[in-house]
Ligand binder design. Structure first.
Ligand SMILES: CC(C)(COP(=O)(O)OP(=O)(O)OC[C@H]1O[C@@H](n2cnc3c(N)ncnc32)[C@H](O)[C@@H]1OP(=O)(O)O)[C@@H](O)C(=O)NCCC(=O)NCCS
Length: 178
């Protein structure tokens, strides 16, 4: 049984957060291949192809479910609209990251998914602190994190952005307390 088989799905009003599967490779590859998406995340390369999506889905299956949790975000009508995950940045330090496909921006999906994921992290995953950071030029993500209850720590860290050729981008750090 792979790690994700034991991870429950998280349902919100319009969305289902669940482990990514091979069927998600095509929509993830299509939606992530957008510089407006990759350029706002640390990890996504650009261009982003089918191979990248396959490697991503495979890597999630190998993750340690005690320290990392990655979900495909599925809309009940439109299918996969984005990806959200908690990664262990340092021992005991979970950091939240996410991206949504451009056709699905501006409908409240990110706020809804992040809020649902935090509810799961607090309840099922027993986390009482979650960290996140957004590039200083990413106002949309600032809004999402503020609306979900994150507060600014005051720290600004240079973080490399794969989609910007590895360039270090000032990243405003935030924290959420359960
Ligand atoms: C950032 C991102 C996740 C937002 O997703 P979304 O589903 O459009 O977000 P929501 O619809 O939940 O919007 C949340 C708030 O941000 C606001 N917002 C959205 N785009 C905005 C923008 N470009 N500038 C300022 N505010 C913006 C919305 O108005 C909303 O606030 P409101 O409800 O008070 O009106 C999405 O744009 C994305 O995936 N971008 C690329 C990858 C990325 O930035 N990932 C996060 C890395 S930290």
């Amino acid at each position: 049984m792979c790690a994700l088989d034991v991870r429950p799905a998280v349902a919100t009003e319009r969305l289902l957060l669940r482990g990514p599967t091979a069927a998600d490779v095509a929509p993830i590859a299509e939606l992530a291949n957008d510089l407006g998406v990759a350029g706002m995340t640390s990890r996504l390369p650009y261009p982003y192809g089918q191979d990248d999506a396959e490697a991503f889905v495979g890597s999630v299956a190998r993750m340690n479910p005690r320290t990392e949790a990655v979900f495909a975000v599925e809309h009940r009508q439109f299918g996969v609209v984005g990806v959200l995950g908690f990664h262990e940045r340092a021992p005991g330090r979970s950091e939240l990251g996410y991206w949504f496909g451009r056709p699905f921006w501006g409908r409240g999906y990110a706020t809804e998914a992040v809020t649902g994921a935090l509810r799961w992290a607090k309840g099922d995953w027993r986390r009482n602190v979650v960290w996140a950071g957004h590039f200083a030029d990413n106002r949309a993500s600032s809004q999402v994190l503020c609306k979900a209850g994150f507060l600014y720590t005051g720290d600004v860290e240079p973080r490399p952005c794969a989609g910007r050729n590895g360039q270090a981008v000032p990243t405003r750090m935030m924290v959420w307390l359960a």
